[in-house]
Design a protein around this ligand. Structure first.
Ligand SMILES: [Mn+2]
Length: 338
C-alpha cells in the first residue's frame, strides 16, 4: 500500500514533515524522503526503514520499484481519494505494479488510549482559551482581534496552530455557520459565536461557544440559545456505542424542529475528529454508520437566522459503551459578558 496523504503518513509512521512517500508491505514499512527530511524521518519513524530519494538515480518511483521487486509485489494499493490525476498518471507510468484504489477513511475511526490522552489535552487547551477570551472580550474589539488573542493563547499552551480557520461571528454575522473572523466591530449587545480548535501533537480539538455581550441582547437569541442548548445536551445524553449516527442527529434535530426552528438548522449534528478536523463518522440525517466505543465525535447543533444572528454550541465527546465522555468541558450556561 502506497500512502501519500499527510494525515495517514503521520498516523502510520509518526512523520509530520511536508514531503515523504510511505510504502507498506507485508514485512516492512518504508519512508522515502529526500535529504531535507532524512534526519527528521530517522528520528520520528523509528519503526520504519528510511530510504533516501533524489532527482537523478534514486527517484521516489525507483525506490518504490526496488522495494516491489525485492518483495515480489505485483499489486499496489493507493489512496484513491488523495492523489491528483497527474500524480496517479505518473505512478501508473513509472511503477512496476498494478495500482488498486483503496479508501482508508475508516483507518483512524477508533482512537487508542494514547490518542485519547492527546485529544483530551487538545480539548483542554481550547477550554482554557475560550475561558480566557470571555474574560477579556470587550465591545469595539474587531472579530480578528479576538482571533489573534485566541491564537496567542493556544500557542502559549503548546498547540501548533488552529485546527481550522477560526470562526468569530458577532451580531448579524452569527447567522453565517462558517463566518470566519472579519473586520467587523463587536457591538455592545451582540451575540458572539466562536468556533475554533487547537492542534496538539498532531490531533485536533473543535469547540464552539456562543455568548451575549450584554443582558440587553435580542430576546429572540436568548430563546434560541435555550433551544440549542437543550438539543445539544439531549444529544450528549443520548449518544452511546451501538447507536446509528442518523438517530443521534435526529435527537438534536427533533428538539429544534419541535421548537419551530427546523429550517434554520441545515447542517449535520457533528462529525468524527482526530488528526483531521473532519473525519469519519459523519453525524447527519443520511449517515448510516454506527457509533462505537473509542470514536471521538463533535456534537454541535445550531440555529441560524438571516438578519438576526445565530447560536451554535459544540463539544467533543469520546463514545463509550454506555454513553460518552465529554473532552471539552467549558460551561454552557448562557454567559453575559457585561
Ligand atoms: Mn466541528
Amino acid at each position: 500500500m502506497l500512502i501519500t496523504s499527510a494525515h495517514n503518513k503521520f498516523y502510520l509512521t509518526g512523520f509530520d514533515g511536508t514531503t515523504a512517500t510511505v510504502l507498506l508491505t507485508q514485512n516492512s514499512q518504508f519512508v522515502i524522503v529526500d535529504f531535507r527530511y532524512f534526519d527528521q524521518a530517522k528520528k520520528q519513524c523509528s519503526d520504519s526503514d528510511i530510504l533516501l530519494s533524489d532527482d537523478v538515480n534514486h527517484t521516489i518511483s525507483q525506490r518504490i520499484n526496488d522495494c516491489l521487486k525485492e518483495e515480489n509485489i505485483s499489486r499496489l494499493g493507493f489512496e484513491k481519494d488523495q492523489l491528483t490525476v497527474q500524480e496517479y498518471e505518473n505512478f501508473v507510468k513509472d511503477l512496476n505494479a498494478e495500482l488498486v484504489g483503496v479508501n482508508l477513511s475508516e483507518l483512524r475511526l477508533y482512537k487508542s488510549v494514547e490518542e485519547i490522552e492527546i485529544m483530551q489535552r487538545a480539548a483542554e487547551i481550547a477550554d482554557e482559551a475560550i475561558e480566557y477570551i470571555m474574560g477579556v472580550i470587550r465591545p469595539q474589539m474587531k472579530e480578528t482581534e479576538v482571533e489573534l488573542l485566541l491564537y496567542n493563547k493556544i500557542r502559549a499552551a503548546g498547540a501548533k496552530s488552529f485546527s481550522f480557520n477560526t470562526i468569530v461571528a458577532s451580531g448579524h454575522r452569527g447567522a453565517l455557520p462558517h463566518g470566519v473572523a472579519s473586520d467587523k466591530i463587536i457591538e455592545d449587545h451582540d451575540f458572539v459565536t466562536i468556533d475554533f480548535g487547537a492542534i496538539y501533537k498532531g490531533y485536533c480539538s473543535d469547540l464552539t461557544r456562543t455568548f451575549a455581550m450584554s443582558r440587553q441582547a435580542d430576546p429572540r437569541l436568548i430563546e434560541i440559545y435555550d433551544i440549542v442548548l437543550r438539543a445539544q445536551n439531549a444529544a450528549i445524553q443520548a449518544c452511546r456505542s451501538g447507536m446509528k449516527t442518523r438517530d443521534l442527529d435526529k435527537v438534536a434535530r427533533d428538539i429544534i424542529t419541535q421548537a419551530g426552528y427546523g429550517e434554520y438548522f441545515q447542517h449535520g449534528t457533528g462529525h468524527g475528529l482526530g488528526i483531521l478536523i473532519h473525519e469519519a463518522p459523519r453525524l447527519n440525517q443520511v449517515s448510516s454508520e454506527t457509533l462505537q466505543e473509542g470514536m471521538v465525535v463533535t456534537i454541535e447543533p445550531g440555529i441560524y437566522i438571516p438578519g438576526l444572528g445565530g447560536v451554535r454550541i459544540e463539544d467533543d465527546v469520546l463514545i463509550t459503551k454506555d454513553g460518552c465522555i465529554r473532552l471539552t468541558k467549558s460551561d454552557k450556561q448562557l454567559k453575559y459578558i457585561r
